[in-house]
Design a protein around this ligand. Structure first.
Ligand code: PMM
Length: 294
């Protein structure tokens, strides 16, 4: 069933409409929320958020990902008006300044408003599961779409972290999502997949997925990896003797994971600290080029 049954070619290149620097892309995170797990409340007002977005672009972010709803474990959903008020003015100003903006949302009305304001990519952590109107909305907007592996809303996601072979299970569930998206009219050449590190996953699942990127690539789609500051990084640092490292202290380790993801073939990494991961993906590109030549 994988890859072939939808009549899609086995390997899609990067979707059109996104930067093509010839290396793994770096997406900078801009959470316009009071409660995201590592940066909640820091960029909650519009002017401050726009400045932060411009700063991320100036640091070299290929894409700035604007989100108005926290997805940390246990987070409560926000109402649509609030999410629109948080994201749309920020998307509009950044797009006007020439930044390639994505909107991190599970809600079709936010997609419509954000794309109208200039967003060039939709990043949906639910892969279309949270809003039945998502597929046809993305198809009509005709923008690239990140479909992440997701099992349940944030408040209950930790209860669903049960897998056999986590890579095989995530692949099968993403494949099911691809079917639904195709039924809704989404062009497969517009789709990016994401294994959803930390979403209904324990650290051992995150590591297995990171080590299994090559298998995930057999689905035939570009892969986005969102590891930045996540729990599995903190756990590995603690195991390595660093003790408890709070999320904001995990950026060097995140950059190391960005290099691993890029060497593993990721199309894009989503990070808080753009500069460090940009260096990391440059090193990965230089390394892979030489490995390929030997
Ligand atoms: N993780 C978060 C939010 N959005 N989007 C994608 N595509 N992949 C992710 O792994 C992802 C995401 C949660 O992290 P944050 O609260 O630091 O933004």
């Amino acid at each position: 069933m994988e890859g072939v049954a939808l009549g899609r070619p086995r390997h899609h290149g990067p979707p059109e409409g996104l930067p093509r620097p010839g290396r793994c892309l770096v997406m900078g995170i801009l959470n316009v929320t009071p409660d995201s797990f590592s940066d909640g409340g820091v960029y909650a007002d519009t002017r401050h958020a726009i400045d932060r977005g411009l700063d991320l672009a100036a640091q070299g972010a290929d894409i700035v990902d604007v989100g108005g709803e926290s997805t940390r474990p246990g987070a409560r959903p926000v109402c649509l008006d609030e999410e629109l008020a948080r994201t749309v003015p920020v998307v509009r100003e950044l797009a006007r300044a020439g930044v390639c903006v994505s909107v991190d949302t599970m809600h079709a009305p936010v997609v419509r408003a954000a794309v109208g304001a200039g967003a060039r990519l939709v990043n949906d952590v639910s892969g279309g599961l949270a809003d039945p109107a998502m597929a046809r909305t993305v198809a009509a907007a005709d923008v690239p779409y990140v479909a992440m592996h997701w099992r349940a809303p944030s408040r209950e996601m930790d209860r669903h972290a049960h897998y056999g072979d986590v890579v095989a299970d995530v692949m099968a569930e993403l494949d099911a999502r691809l079917w639904r998206l195709a039924e809704g009219g989404v062009d497969p050449a517009r789709i990016v997949l994401d294994p959803g590190l930390g979403f209904s996953k324990h650290p051992e699942h995150d590591w297995a997925l990171l080590a299994g990127l090559e298998r995930l690539q057999t689905l035939g789609f570009p892969l986005l990896v969102g590891a930045s500051r996540k729990r599995f990084i903190g756990a590995a640092l603690a195991e390595g003797g660093a003790g408890e490292v709070p999320p904001a202290g995990r950026d060097v380790a995140t950059a190391a994971v960005s290099a691993l993801a890029a060497v593993g073939g990721a199309f894009c990494v989503r990070v808080h600290d753009v500069r460090a991961s940009l260096d990391a993906v440059h090193m990965a590109a230089a390394y892979v080029e030489r490995v390929d030549r030997t």
